[in-house]
Design a binder for this molecule. Structure first.
Ligand code: FE2
Ligand code: FE2
Length: 192
């Protein structure tokens, strides 16, 4: 990974606010997905339900930590957060149609899309807001765990699963791009 040159000119306050808003909205979306899936845990294997309970606990902690970081930096919650919550809830319901594999494929797709953005955010924030960079690094450990559990729970060779995860990744990336007003793409470009 190439470090960002120190002279890059994305303004800290604006970029940091966008990072925090999108991350918080994303955590709320993740809570909504897992909560929708857990409403129907009776149709899922015990193992899948146990993973969902474990993961939603992490997402609740992440949302609380990002909210605290926002308050400390005087960043307001994005009013569009409810779109993430409604979208997440619907996605969680749709994923149930694929049973245990559908649920785990959904988890893998979302965590993969989110993970790439966390790396870019950490690189940007290092040396600018180390406390926030460290918080994101700490949260990333659990997101990687979710991603791995998701990947182990479905067959990526299956055509239906790969088109399904491709669509979810596309939607997640588009939402992140919209919510950061394009900063997510600029951060990515600056890293390469
Ligand atoms: Fe999370
Ligand atoms: Fe997660």
């Amino acid at each position: 990974m190439i470090a960002i040159k120190p002279d890059i000119s994305l303004p800290l306050e604006r970029t940091r606010a966008r990072i925090l808003r999108v991350n918080y909205a994303g955590e709320r979306g993740a809570i909504a997905i897992y909560s929708a899936q857990l409403m129907f845990k009776g149709i899922l294997a015990n193992e899948t339900a146990a993973f969902l309970e474990h993961a939603v606990g992490h997402e609740r902690e992440h949302a609380t930590k990002f909210r605290k970081a926002m308050l400390e930096r005087r960043v307001a919650v994005c009013p569009a957060t409810f779109i993430w919550v409604c979208g997440g809830f619907l996605l969680g319901l749709v994923s149930l149609a694929g049973g245990n594999r559908g649920v785990m494929a959904c988890t893998a797709a979302i965590e993969e899309a989110v993970h790439g953005h966390l790396n870019e955010q950490i690189s940007y924030l290092e040396g600018r807001d180390d406390a926030l960079a460290n918080l994101i690094r700490e949260i990333r450990v659990e997101e990687i765990e979710h991603k791995k559990a998701g990947q182990a729970g479905y067959d990526p060779e299956c055509m239906a699963a790969s088109s399904y995860t491709g669509v979810i990744k596309g939607i997640t990336n588009a939402l992140i791009w919209l919510a950061t007003f394009g900063d997510s793409t600029r951060l990515k470009r600056l890293m390469h």
